[in-house]
Design a protein around this ligand. Structure first.
Ligand code: ZN
Length: 367
């Protein structure tokens, strides 16, 4: 590792005077590689502090765009970033903070790319807000032998733990079964006090720095629980489950199933859609059936965009506000809604029962 140059010595002076960090520790941070998943409420402070601290390579994985409702807590982004990919907004903010750090932009992680991606990093900081991503990252960290810095926030409470360390639990040990669909407690739709992810994301950065420096006691086999209303930090003991399919004594990779669409809201009913269309800012209706079906009759003002063409025509929908997709009976539209959410559209609903339910409910029809 090369010596720190004079500018680095000046920038990191307050680290260098700590005997526990010093010159060697700072060079260790410079050689460090951290993957932050999610450039949102947790990922924002985590990334800001890790970059400020001089972690040499920080990657941000996120498939979303900046939305005004993010700004209450996602302090990496500003009003000027609305509509931009979050990774681009994050990269600009982080590069301005510390030009010595390499910031890598990554898209959304899934089962096909997560294992190889995670293996390229020393530490993974999870700033996601859904169960599927947590299982995905935890499994990839166990497989690659990387620490998984878990954080979560809900309303006025936050949780933090370092999982996947040798002998310690992984995320599946804590949650062997995903929560039932319909329980969206950790998803984007739930409320959270804006500062709360700031507290937990900052603590995630502290754990990542400790791991890179080999300092102190990681939050291993314990969960820190912060209650902002009570003003308390509590600690829960965590244990590895020897029968865990990921980290147990006899791993069963075939049992590592990811919960599907844990954050997807339930479909909208025909009656609820009629109310929304009559309201002040009606959603854009997207008919994902075939052109022939559309010609036989469709919802007034609906845009025809057959599900098979959706992926190649996403640009036509960007920036057009909330979307409601429908098909004939509800199957294709559920697929379309999942595809749109995966492509970063945040306000997407699909019509329960499709065009037939709409007609049965007496909804207006155009031809
Ligand atoms: Zn486990």
């Amino acid at each position: 590792m090369s010596d720190l140059d004079p500018v680095e010595r000046e920038r990191y002076a307050r680290h260098l005077v700590l005997p526990e960090v010093g010159d060697e520790g700072q060079r260790r941070l410079r050689a460090g590689r951290v993957l932050i998943v999610g450039a949102g409420g947790l990922g924002s402070p985590a990334a800001l502090y890790l970059v400020a601290a001089g972690v040499g390579h920080v990657a941000i994985a996120d498939g979303d765009r900046v939305d005004r409702s993010n700004l209450q807590r996602q302090v990496l982004h500003t009003e000027a970033d609305l509509g931009r990919p979050k990774t681009a907004s994050a990269r600009d903010a982080l590069a301005a903070r510390n030009p010595h750090v390499q910031v890598e932009e990554l898209g959304r992680l899934d089962a096909t790319n997560a294992p190889a991606t995670v293996a390229r990093f020393d530490v993974v900081v999870d700033g996601s807000d859904n169960f599927a991503t947590r299982y995905l990252l935890s499994d990839a960290c166990v497989a690659a032998g990387r620490p998984y810095v878990f954080g979560a926030v809900h309303r006025f409470q936050g949780q933090l733990a370092v999982l996947g360390l040798a002998g310690g639990p992984c995320y599946r040990c804590l949650h062997p079964e995903p929560p039932p669909p319909g329980l969206y407690a950790n998803c984007a739709e739930a409320g959270v006090l804006g500062v709360l992810p700031g507290v937990i994301g900052t603590l995630q950065a502290a754990e990542a720095l400790k791991l890179l420096l080999g300092l102190g006691q990681p939050l291993d086999r314990r969960m820190l629980v912060y209650d902002a209303l009570a003003g308390t930090f509590d600690e829960l003991a965590l244990e590895r489950d020897p029968a865990c399919p990921a980290c147990g004594d006899a791993p069963r990779p075939e049992a590592l199933v990811l919960p599907a669409e844990s954050c997807a809201p339930p479909p909208i009913s025909a009656a609820a859609l009629r109310d929304r269309l009559a309201g002040g800012s009606p959603p854009l209706l997207v008919d994902v059936r075939t052109a022939a079906e559309y010609a036989r009759g469709h919802l007034p003002a609906a845009l025809l965009l057959p599900v098979d063409e959706l992926e190649s025509r996403l640009a036509e929908l960007r920036g057009r506000g909330p979307l409601v997709v429908y098909c004939e009976v509800g199957g294709r539209s559920a697929r379309a809604a999942a595809l749109l959410r995966a492509a970063g559209f945040v306000a997407v609903a699909d019509l329960a029962g499709g065009y037939l339910a709409w007609r049965a409910a007496g909804g207006a029809v155009a031809r």
